[in-house]
Design a binder for this molecule. Structure first.
Ligand code: ADP
Ligand code: MG
Length: 402
């Protein structure tokens, strides 16, 4: 789960990371008012969206007076900010954060991520802050410092000092840098984050270390033990299809194609999407309904997939290991009888009791297109989507079709 910059800054500040004073606003007038409250004579108005790259996309504006703040906000509120991280549809701006503009000498990149290969928290830092980490690794790979944290002891001060030296932090600021690194690490660990990114972390003109931007992502599976973090969720920043799925315990990622996918297991779901592409189609989604694949879950999955108006065919691909194909087939038949869909449905079953499963599908009277292999299923789904399985695309399954 992602949170906003201002929320991440508040959390990190609680762990001893220095951040500039700032205030949240829900309207242009409120932003101007909050800026006056903050004091100073130059402010940065920052669109709060769950994406980086706001600066280059016009979502971060330097303002010198009330009028500039109001103008900057009017260009933001109600708009969708498109950055290189949002996709073409962008993210809606409903809140802005106003901060005092901080003069600085240097920008540093600081990131904490989970490194799956070493199964440790990896600290990634660079003296070339301000740019995105992808750009840094393409253009200035030598500037990147990596350091992984031994989980049994956590981040130690000597290790934080080594990072500070590698980044050529002036000696007088080493202790502040150590506090920043330790604070980010503790926030990461204590709150079950999967990512903490401060970009830029700056050395100000008056020699302080300040986090000017902050991004945190949390492990959704651990939110149950962090009530206060889960309350920071902002559905306005999520794909509505994905929010609906997450609320129903399904693992769904919306895509832009036309072939809806209902699959058990994330790996099989990935393989299904690849095979659809190989067969000349475009998947409308990634959907892992999990191991159970009960009739209720299959029915939920159909409702979710069909709520995407771009879906013109559905491919159900279930591999039954612990599960049984006959149960899954019954689930599909029940789901489609109770909630008929008006697009072709291709079902491929494999594994335990596959013959019994296919028999149930064939005898259901529903116009389900059965497939044997994954390739066969993808080809049939693409053909059905193109209307090649017997003409009209939208007559396959209707209420009372059996
Ligand atoms: P994003 O990463 O989404 O583009 P940032 O918060 O990093 O957004 O802001 C973009 C740039 O704006 C920063 O790299 C920094 O140079 C500048 N900036 C951001 N906040 C401040 C601030 N409070 N004072 C001065 N400059 C800032
Ligand atoms: Mg940034």
């Amino acid at each position: 789960m992602d949170i906003h910059e201002y929320q991440a800054k508040e959390i990190l500040a609680g762990f001893g990371v220095a951040v500039p004073p700032g205030a949240l606003a829900y309207s242009p007038e409120q932003a101007a008012y909050r800026a006056r409250e903050l004091g100073g004579d130059r402010w940065i108005v920052k669109a709060q969206v769950h994406a980086g790259g706001r600066g280059k996309a016009g979502g971060v504006k330097l303002c010198n007076n009330d009028q500039e703040i109001v103008d900057a906000c009017e260009g933001m509120f109600g708009q969708r900010l498109v950055t290189h991280q949002t996709g073409p549809e962008g993210k809606g701006i409903y809140r802005v954060y106003v901060e005092g503009a901080v003069p600085f000498e240097r920008e540093i990149y600081l990131g904490f991520v989970l490194d799956r290969s070493s199964q440790r928290v990896m600290i990634v830092a660079s003296s070339e802050g301000g740019m995105e980490i992808e750009e840094i690794s393409a253009e200035k790979p030598d500037s990147i410092v990596r350091s992984s944290v031994e989980p049994a002891v956590g981040l130690r001060e000597f290790q934080a000092r080594e990072i500070a030296f590698a980044l050529k932090i002036p000696p007088a600021l080493t202790q502040q840098m150590v506090r920043t690194l330790m604070g980010c690490y503790r926030a990461f660990r204590d709150l079950d984050a999967t990512m903490v990114e401060v970009n830029p972390l700056v050395i100000t003109s008056d020699n302080r270390i300040l986090a000017l931007d902050a991004k945190m992502t949390f492990d959704g599976n651990a939110l149950f033990r962090h009530q206060q973090i889960s309350e920071l969720r902002d559905k306005s920043q999520e794909d509505p299809r994905e929010s609906r799925a997450a609320d129903r315990g399904l693992n769904y990622i919306g895509l832009t194609g036309n072939i809806g996918c209902i699959v058990n297991g994330a790996g099989l779901a990935m393989a299904t999407m690849d095979t659809i592409k190989l067969a000349g189609g475009e998947p409308a989604n990634f959907l892992d309904i999990g191991g159970g694949a009960t009739p209720e879950r299959v029915a939920k999955a159909f409702r979710l997939v069909m709520s995407d108006k771009n879906v013109e065919a559905v491919l159900v691909n279930i591999f039954a290991g612990i599960n049984r194909c006959d149960w899954v087939a019954e689930g599909v038949v029940q789901a489609l009888t109770a909630n008929p869909v008006d697009v072709p449905v291709v079902v491929r079953l494999a594994g335990t009791n596959v013959e019994a499963g296919l028999k149930i599908l064939n005898e259901s009277g529903l116009p389900i297109i059965a497939a044997t292999s994954l390739m066969d299923a993808a080809e049939k789904a693409v053909a059905a989507w193109r209307g090649e399985n017997g003409g009209d695309k939208v007559h396959y399954i209707k209420a009372g079709a059996n």
